[in-house]
Design a protein around this ligand. Structure first.
Ligand code: PMV
Length: 342
């Protein structure tokens, strides 16, 4: 190894259509999930590393040029908890610098993008240390990303990914995600995700707390059964290109995720009045036009508006005329499905 070396990786965020909510064991999902991989909301990470004489691993983390003790601790805890996979880091000093493509004040904190970008860097270091110039093993990248943040498992593949065991996909697994790009109808590869920023505040419930609210939730088993069913339904829809059925799955999944939070102990209401205003307008749009746009939600108030590229111009006009009034400082992020199949 050279005295000083460095690696970089860019990894995108993803938006789940069938949602992962509830986990057990070491970051194992209670139901399978399927997401679109985005292209413009992403994290770029750069890791400089050099050997030290202590034989220990040291980490320094900078987010957008500034020390970030909170994230530094998160990374250190992750590396310590999973040290059996990171033996190659022993005796190295790491300086990790990370930055997001999306604005600070968008209320989007994508652990999927940041943790998968970090793992992609660490796996490159493993190859350098071992003088191995074979391509990265994306399944391993997905596995290690999952251990950092469940949904990060899906971010390492373009277009769409499935994480969690489901009957119709033989190599699906709770341990890692698998790519779906080869079986997705062309229409879904053209999808836009216009992220309507209702609030720029940080999420009021962390994912960790959110998942734990499913333990002992009276509707939990019903929710997991519905998500398993919706996974199989969505896999069929992704093959057939049935955009109407896609809308039904996407919207009921989003509303059910929020219903779970609203009926947990303690309850959380993550939608804001403008979330509902946007949802109503999107339903009106479908009623009055032939535009097959639909919404989905993450665990927060922002609305992801999903639509095929064929309706881009009309939908963008609709956003400007009808939806931006409900967005924080008229803000939205115009993202698209990531298509550069690796
Ligand atoms: O990956 P986590 O632990 O941040 O959980 C993500 C949960 C949702 O974003 C709400 C749904 C999902 O499948 O991405």
């Amino acid at each position: 190894m050279k005295e000083n070396s460095s690696v970089s990786a860019i990894s995108p965020s993803n938006i789940a259509i069938v949602k992962y909510w509830g986990k057990h064991g070491n970051q194992l999902p209670n139901n399978p999930s399927i997401s679109f991989t985005l292209s413009r909301c992403r994290t770029e990470t750069h890791v400089a590393f050099q050997g030290n004489s202590t034989g220990n691993l040291s980490v320094r983390f900078l987010f957008e040029g500034k020390e970030s003790p909170k994230f530094q601790e998160k990374i250190e805890n992750y590396l310590a908890a999973n040290r059996q996979y990171f033996g190659f880091l022993r005796g190295l000093d790491l300086i990790i610098e990370s930055g997001n493509s999306f604005p600070h004040s968008s209320g989007i904190a994508s652990s999927a993008a940041s943790m998968s970008a970090l793992v992609l860097c660490l796996l490159q270091i493993e190859k350098i240390v071992a003088h191995d110039d074979t391509p990265l093993d994306m399944r391993k990248a997905s596995f290690l990303s999952r251990l950092a943040s469940g949904s990060a498992a899906r971010s390492v593949y373009p277009v769409m990914a499935l994480w969690g065991k489901t009957p119709s996909i033989a190599d699906s697994s709770d341990d890692y995600a698998v790519p779906l790009a080869d079986m997705v109808h062309p229409v879904f590869k053209t999808y836009h995700d216009s992220i309507l920023i209702v609030s720029n505040k940080e999420k009021s419930v962390s994912s960790r707390v959110g998942h734990s609210l499913m333990n002992g939730h009276p509707l939990a088993e019903k929710r997991y059964a519905t998500a398993r069913h919706n996974t199989e339904r969505l896999l069929k829809v992704l093959k057939s290109g049935d955009v109407q059925e896609f809308i039904d799955i996407a919207e009921t999944e989003a509303l059910q995720l929020h219903e779970m939070m609203a009926t947990s102990t303690p309850p959380f209401r993550l939608m804001e009045p403008n979330t509902l205003n946007i949802i109503e307008k999107v339903m009106e749009l479908r009623h009055e036009t032939n535009i097959p746009a639909c919404f989905t939600l993450d665990a927060g108030p922002n609305v992801h508006l999903l639509y095929p590229d064929a309706f881009d111009i009309q939908t963008k006009q609709f956003i400007k005329d009808n939806l931006l009034q409900y967005c924080h400082e008229n803000q939205y992020i115009d993202d698209v499905v990531q298509n550069n199949v690796k």
